[in-house]
Design a protein around this ligand. Sequence first.
Ligand SMILES: Cc1cc2nc3c(=O)[nH]c(=O)nc-3n(C[C@H](O)[C@H](O)[C@H](O)COP(=O)(O)OP(=O)(O)OC[C@H]3O[C@@H](n4cnc5c(N)ncnc54)[C@H](O)[C@@H]3O)c2cc1C
Length: 479
Amino acid sequence: MTVAGLKALFAVAVPAERLKDDEDTLASCSRDTTEHPPGRPDLVIMLETAEEAVAVVKIAAAHRVPIIPRVAGTNLGALSVPTRGGAILDLTRMNRILAINEVDMIAVVEPGVTFGDLVAELKARGLPLTIGIPLSPPETSVMANCLLDGLGNLSLLHGSMGQWITGLEAVLSSGEVIRTGAWALSDVPFARAPLPDLTGLFVSFQGTTGLVTKMAVELKPVLPLRKRLFVLTYERRTTYELMRRLARVKLFDDLGGLSWPTGKMLYGVARPLEKDPDEPEFFTYVDVTASTPRELTAKLEILVAELHALREKGAAIEEPFDLDTLCAIAPRFKVFAEFPTDLTFLTRAPGGGLTWVGTYGPMSRFDAAADKGIAIMGRHGFPPVIVSRPMKGGHFGVLRFITTFDRDDEAEVQKVRACNGELTDMVLDLGFIPYKTPLAAVDRILPRLWPGTHDLMRRIRAVMDPAGIMNPGRWRLDP
Ligand SMILES: Cc1cc2nc3c(=O)[nH]c(=O)nc-3n(C[C@H](O)[C@H](O)[C@H](O)COP(=O)(O)OP(=O)(O)OC[C@H]3O[C@@H](n4cnc5c(N)ncnc54)[C@H](O)[C@@H]3O)c2cc1C
């Protein structure tokens, strides 16, 4: 169908000025910052209401037009880049916070509500509540992050963000609007339990099962005292041992183990390939919050005791230092002390390319995966930028191998593809799973996946989206 034909179809549901086919708009949705292949939409539809969303889905289904939901497009897996044309559903204007239920600690949001929006609203209302905040830019979507089962600064305590969803409202390609969780029966979307848990049908399915228009999500209490501490853990084994130990004491909000190039890039070195001889290979940050000074002191004492215990076992490890104190002496460290941490050094790196092999996996194998990952990245000429954090009390963790590159240099793009392919095979061998799974990783996963699992995913997709229009291509679910 011609673009003019498409516009005429959707003009029944959405005013013409919100149906975009200008070059700039189409180009901005045709690729992301990664090495994954581009794909051009035919049209971008800027939705404003849930009613428009239902009408647009019905039209798309009737005419078999692919629809691809998108907010900021920062998932780093090209998951909102079309694989076979169609219409991008730009959800940035569906940005209402529909409810904040202070007593039950739940927010109900539309897809375009960003982390920046929600945090600002909670602050404006003076509520000591928060959402788990990722390291992504503040203009990224809370809903997309939860649907992709991402992670935030409270994932050590509360798990990945898919688990924070208490219920949702979605449009299926039949045009039906369904609700999940307690919200299917109660006017308070208080939990996924105790009805059969249908919310998972939308989590990590990358928009292939339905268009979510409303989501209820947990909020967590914010304690008044906060500190970020920094520990020189020197090498990766000590870092991961410390992360495993501290996860178990259940006292800290977040823990992160970062490799030396991460620190150097934070301070402006674009592609650090050489570690200085006396530079620690790894360092660790510890976020701690408390209700009272006594509670804070007690938590810090336990941190120090854990560090001593490791030192007694022979680990080189320093006393923790408080970043606020350090910043007073050396203001350049402020970039690291700020919360949420500003990662502009990654998003605006020279060449505009940013990618990762981001995985969830067992903490027991972090050392092995880091050993191998560092060797692979080095072989391909990339600095070993590693960001790792324990999650859900240490039951598992996130391990990311991050690369910045020149995305207009085809030779470099090929190099990144080769490096990330090798990293993906390596992590899969060790039992890790790439999250926000890009197609390049899907193709490496499918031959290893438990028999029947992919077939079941395909059958679920066929029931939820019989028209096959919802973000086609993802997870290779199309017939
Ligand atoms: C520098 C940097 C740091 C990052 N750090 C983190 C981090 O710490 N933790 C983390 O989890 N992520 C991180 N990310 C990844 C990403 O930014 C987050 O997952 C983000 O929340 C995605 O939001 P978005 O608005 O960009 O989503 P988009 O990329 O626009 O959407 C992602 C996909 O979600 C699906 N989707 C979106 N809306 C809907 C809907 N309404 N219905 C159905 N499906 C939908 C679609 O498949 C869509 O393609 C980081 C990214 C960058 C660039």
